[in-house]
Design a protein around this ligand. Structure first.
Ligand SMILES: *[C@@H]1O[C@H](CO)[C@@H](O)[C@H](O)[C@H]1NC(C)=O
Ligand SMILES: *[C@@H]1O[C@H](CO)[C@@H](O)[C@H](O)[C@H]1NC(C)=O
Ligand SMILES: *[C@@H]1O[C@H](CO)[C@@H](O)[C@H](O)[C@H]1NC(C)=O
Ligand SMILES: *[C@@H]1O[C@H](CO)[C@@H](O)[C@H](O)[C@H]1NC(C)=O
Ligand SMILES: *[C@@H]1O[C@H](CO)[C@@H](O)[C@H](O)[C@H]1NC(C)=O
Ligand SMILES: *[C@@H]1O[C@H](CO)[C@@H](O)[C@H](O)[C@H]1NC(C)=O
Ligand SMILES: *[C@@H]1O[C@H](CO)[C@@H](O)[C@H](O)[C@H]1NC(C)=O
Ligand SMILES: *[C@@H]1O[C@H](CO)[C@@H](O)[C@H](O)[C@H]1NC(C)=O
Ligand SMILES: *[C@@H]1O[C@H](CO)[C@@H](O)[C@H](O)[C@H]1NC(C)=O
Length: 843
């Protein structure tokens, strides 16, 4: 889609959807939201859902068609977007249709004159007694439900999906009743009749989602990995959307949800066999795709035959390759680039009790699990043992990506494996001893020849260097053996010089390393009662050490891309950053997978618990708030400029500013981006870490971060402190997209004082406040180059100099990234909230 044409709307284009709306949905009168035996729906009537009025039920004609159908569509979206159709295969040819409830308590659709003939469509629910009074309601989720007077649901449209999956609608099988809910495409854009493409969960083996064309698998969307479908790498955990997958004795199903009722999201299966999850962007009047599929050649089911891996990034453009330990079944066809024959085990080798092992294949969609064996109870290590001990086991993998538990094993040909660039599971393939030796000799086999040569060269050079150093040192030591004692004392005094200490390695630093048992004891085994909060990098717990010190423990999530040594070094460097506006690091704890940071504990919690809390707001009068603003700016300046490390915070926000007992601000979570790998001055990242609402547009959308992204966040924070409102909060008096946009409009009209927090108290100084708002707007400007640096901010706050005029700030909704294939800008763009999030693309 073309961005530029979508951005500008002429008046004519703008009117079109309304004309369409009038043409297709002539709403002569709207009923209250219940259908009863007396209250029926005729063509022309529209039943609007209760509460928010998000959905409407009535008769419509698809575009370019005159047939009439009973359907449900979005009431608030100008473009005709039908989400459910009752009489898909039995259209009406005139406007004499009527929906009513018959004597048996079922919803029926029939011709107004022929009420006694066969109905065109019926809900066909089994209603126990013909006497009970039933009624039908359209809910705000888009669900049409038939209930009896006890409010028991007798039938619901969510159990009979068409081509659209709405939030809170289940897709999957109810094992008890046998009800299977799946999507079926329309026949064409103008015919909602039952098409031949379906999207359904196949419960056999380890359940998987499939897209089928004419009942044949076309795209294996894959099994549930704990946080996404194995075949949809773009599906990352997100704070707007929720997803719940259930697989137990009573059901196997998936349900997507939306945390904000104002966000319209849907998933549509179109007649060409394409699934798209999208969200409505009111500003641009269009559906914006979040993820879709199938996309690539390798998504086609069994593109390459058995025991292969389809790798779209293969250099020689032939996507098929054999899994380790396998060779092409038909070498000639294979060389002619026909991979359909697949691969077989290498011929004269044994993989049974003769020194075999496993080779790791990374970033893949694991093979078809419909015949795989599953054990959810055991760990991956036990899984390996089990697979090794069973000669029929060809490969194993973890069944749950997020917890690395569960065991999947394959015991026959492996079908439909493919590689991704960044995200994916790990598959361990059984190979013979000979093959294993090849991989063990060249653990970097996947780097290709060039990479191996480079690594070998580096290794040889390092060995030579070490050798020379050792010989040199040995010779010297022998010569100076007698003077050793004196030299030692000299070294001690030398060590005391602080400039050298700064760059000491982790081992001899004075940063205490706590052991896990003492931290576990201090936090009562990380009990929920001691949990202070949760952020993108992990959870924070309050703890009490045995010596009586109260601490805050940050338990890092395991996504850190670093090794232990690197991690130690980073923590030691960061713990050297000392400033009175930064939270002090007391130590760290590393044990196995666990990595934790120990901080000083600040009893007054974070800034957001004051400024956004009606009852506590007034504790921070203007002079205190101004002190907080200045403190934060000095802390940020230190991070950006004055410290040796040049730290970009990347997640500055009200909840990351803690207050000490005298209400002085202390910035928390600094250096996290560095610990999590990435210390460049300006860089492009696949791993967008931060909080929408505070994220600069270039970072949120293009993943580009620099110190100016922090300045943006600071600007937003400053405006929040002055107004006592959240940038992304919803307020009745704010009609703009967000707070910053609203303040910008007020500023242009010279009315900024209207939005200033009313609880600022007597110390409030209007000139100072106005100056702060202007500085905030300068920091939040759209283009990074226009924003001041932190030193500029500190000097503007500290002087009375004239300030530049701010340009238009960035609106999170303004820019769109049309490249929907770029997952790093995924779902979050529609965000209007304050929850901390982390999108992880790279591992
Ligand atoms: C409707 O018909 C017009 C003209 O024939 C065509 O351009 C348009 O694509 C059609 N729309 C649909 C949804 O089929
Ligand atoms: C509408 O069409 C039905 C057949 O679908 C026919 O029986 C009925 O008489 C028609 N009604 C009118 C008013 O034309
Ligand atoms: C209605 O349900 C019964 C069983 O409950 C089934 O036999 C019948 O085929 C259904 N009719 C339609 C039109 O779906
Ligand atoms: C059904 O309703 C009729 C009167 O409307 C009543 O006489 C009859 O007893 C009812 N039957 C049941 C099963 O409730
Ligand atoms: C409705 O509820 C009443 C009591 O609340 C119960 O006696 C009755 O059996 C229920 N009827 C149905 C149809 O579930
Ligand atoms: C599905 O149906 C459409 C039209 O009904 C037809 O053109 C298409 O060939 C069918 N697809 C397959 C795979 O048969
Ligand atoms: C995966 O593991 C996590 C953490 O233990 C758990 O919450 C989740 O339910 C598991 N998912 C599945 C599909 O088993
Ligand atoms: C299956 O999971 C659902 C949802 O978590 C739950 O309501 C149901 O009780 C579970 N059934 C069994 C048999 O565990
Ligand atoms: C397998 O057989 C081929 C020739 O038949 C031989 O070259 C190769 O070394 C054998 N491999 C093993 C592992 O024995």
């Amino acid at each position: 889609m073309n961005c530029k044409t979508m951005k500008t709307f002429s008046a004519k284009e703008f009117l079109n959807p309304f004309l369409l709306l009038l043409l297709f949905f002539p709403s002569f009168h709207s009923l209250d939201n219940t259908i009863t035996q007396e209250n029926l729906i005729k063509d022309g009537d529209v039943l609007v859902s209760k509460d928010r009025g998000n959905f409407a039920l009535g008769f419509f004609s698809p575009k370019n068609s005159t047939n009439r159908y009973l359907g449900i569509w979005y009431n608030k979206i100008s473009e005709q977007t039908v989400v459910w159709v009752a009489n898909r295969d039995t259209p009406l040819y005139n406007t004499s249709g009527v929906l009513s409830i018959n004597n048996h308590g079922n919803l029926v659709l029939h011709d107004v004159k022929n009420r006694n003939l066969n109905a065109l469509w019926s809900s066909n629910a089994s209603v126990a007694s013909s006497n009970v009074s039933v009624s039908a309601k359209l809910l705000d989720t888009g669900n049409l439900v038939l209930v009896n007077n006890n409010n028991t649901v007798l039938w619901q449209s969510f159990d009979h999906p068409g081509n659209t999956l709405l939030p809170f609608m289940k897709l999957g099988l109810d094992r008890k009743t046998g009800l299977n809910r799946f999507l079926t495409s329309w026949k064409s854009a103008k015919d909602p009749g039952t098409g031949n493409v379906t999207y359904r969960i196949d419960p056999s083996g380890f359940p998987q989602l499939f897209l089928l064309k004419d009942k044949a698998a076309f795209w294996r969307v894959g099994s549930w990995t704990g946080e996404r479908w194995s075949g949809v790498p773009e599906m990352t955990p997100n704070f707007i959307f929720t997803v719940s997958y259930v697989n137990n004795e009573s059901e196997v199903s998936i349900m997507y949800g939306v945390k904000y009722p104002t966000v319209f999201s849907r998933m549509v299966l179109d007649e060409t066999g394409h699934v798209t999850r999208s969200t409505w962007q009111a500003r641009e009047h269009r559906w914006f795709p979040i993820w879709d599929g199938p996309k690539e050649e390798c998504d086609n089911f069994r593109r390459c035959g058995s025991n292969t891996n389809c790798d779209p990034y293969n250099a020689d453009r032939f996507v098929c390759e054999c899994l380790p330990g396998f060779e092409p079944r038909f070498a000639r066809e294979w060389d002619l680039r026909d991979g359909s024959g697949g691969c077989i085990r290498k011929r004269n080798v044994s993989t049974c009790r003769s020194g075999e092992g496993f080779v790791r294949v990374s970033r893949v969609k694991v093979p078809d699990t419909s015949k795989a064996r599953v054990d959810n109870m055991i760990s991956v290590r036990e899984c390996r043992e089990r697979c090794l001990g069973d000669c029929s086991c060809a490969a194993y993998a973890s069944a749950n990506e997020s917890s690395e538990t569960g065991c999947l094993t394959w015991h026959s040909d492996m079908e439909d494996t493919r590689t991704y660039t960044q995200v994916g599971q790990i598959l361990y393939v059984r190979v013979d001893a000979h093959e294993l030796a090849k991989y063990e000799k060249h653990p970097y086999g996947s780097l290709g020849k060039k990479g191996m040569v480079a690594i070998l060269t580096i290794t040889v050079f390092m060995l030579l260097f070490l050798g020379f150093t050792f010989v040199f040192w040995f010779a010297k030591a022998r010569k100076q053996g007698l003077r050793r004692a004196r030299k030692y004392s000299f070294r001690l005094s030398f060590d005391d010089s602080p400039s050298l200490k700064e760059f000491d390695s982790a081992q001899n630093s004075d940063l205490p390393f706590f052991d896990l048992s003492s931290i576990a004891a201090a936090t009562d085994n990380f009990s929920t009662a001691n949990k202070l909060g949760q952020g993108g990098f992990g959870s924070v717990y309050k703890g009490l050490l045995s010596n009586g010190t109260t601490i805050a423990v940050k338990r890092l999530s395991k996504y850190s891309g670093q090794g232990i040594e690197e991690f130690k070094n980073e923590v030691v460097l960061i713990s050297k950053l000392q400033h009175r506006n930064l939270v002090k690091i007391l130590g760290c704890c590393i044990q196995g997978e666990e990595k934790m940071l120990i901080y000083e504990y600040l009893p007054n919690k974070s800034l957001d618990s004051f400024i956004f809390d009606e009852s506590k707001k007034s504790q921070l009068d203007w002079s205190k708030r101004f002190n907080i603003i200045c403190g934060i700016s000095r802390g940020m300046l230190y991070l950006h400029q004055d410290s040796r490390l040049r730290i970009i915070h990347r997640d500055l926000k009200a909840s990351n500013v803690l207050l000490d007992s005298a209400l002085n601000p202390k910035i928390a979570d600094f250096g996290m981006a560095r610990i999590f790998g990435g210390d460049q001055v300006e860089a492009n990242t696949n791993r967008v870490v931060g909080t929408y609402g505070y994220m600069s547009p270039e970072y949120a959308m293009e993943g580009q971060f620099s110190i100016k992204s922090d300045v943006y966040s600071f600007g937003v924070l400053l405006l929040e402190i002055v107004t006592g409102r959240k940038n992304s909060g919803q307020y009745e008096d704010i009609t703009s997209t967000n707070l910053v946009g609203h303040i910008w409009e007020l500023w242009r009209e010279g009315k900024t004082m209207e939005i200033v927090d009313q609880s600022l108290g007597e110390s409030r100084c209007d000139l100072e406040i106005q100056r702060c708002i202007q500085i905030g707007l300068l920091c939040a400007q759209d283009y990074a180059a226009d924003r001041p640096s932190m030193s500029g901010v500190v000097s503007m706050l500290g002087s009375d100099s004239t300030l530049p005029t701010p340009k238009q700030p960035a609106f999170i909704f303004k820019k769109t990234n049309c490249d929907s294939s770029n997952p790093s800008t995924g779902e979050g763009m529609y965000s209007v909230n304050e929850v901390s999030m982390t999108i992880i693309e790279a591992r």
